[in-house]
Design a protein around this ligand. Structure first.
Ligand code: SF4
Length: 118
């Protein structure tokens, strides 16, 4: 199975074509540097994304706290993580980088605040 992946490591945005199946890579074409090769291979085998969203603030019905995952989350866990975040709420005051949800969906990844809220 061939998959076209746009490398997002730098603004050049090379289109990299990875051929493989079930997590095995047979060939990679179209990259212009080693970083692109590594990015496309990882994206094919196990795609991940930084999760960026908001969480309700306890006691403040219309206010939301911006949050993000501290490191990239496996793409196939994103919806499950969003369900947890939707039900969560944060107590304020909170500082940037405070953990709002620890070990979300047993990924080992924390969801942290991205700004201070008093
Ligand atoms: S393959 Fe290399 S040159 Fe091309 S977008 Fe990726 S990092 Fe940039």
């Amino acid at each position: 199975m061939k998959k076209e992946i746009i490398c997002t490591i730098c603004p050049r945005g090379c289109t990299v074509v990875v051929d493989g199946d079930a997590g095995n890579v047979n060939s990679v074409e179209g990259y212009s540097c080693k970083r692109g090769l590594e990015f496309a291979t990882a994206e094919f085998v196990s795609p991940v994304r930084i999760l960026t969203t908001t969480v309700k603030i306890s006691g403040k019905e219309n206010d939301l706290l911006p949050v993000r995952s501290k490191s990239p989350v496996p793409k196939d866990k994103l919806l499950e993580c969003m369900e947890v975040i939707k039900k969560a709420s944060a107590n304020v005051p909170v500082k940037r980088n405070d953990v709002i949800i620890a070990n979300i969906c047993n990924t080992g990844i924390d969801v942290v605040a991205t700004k201070d809220v008093k």
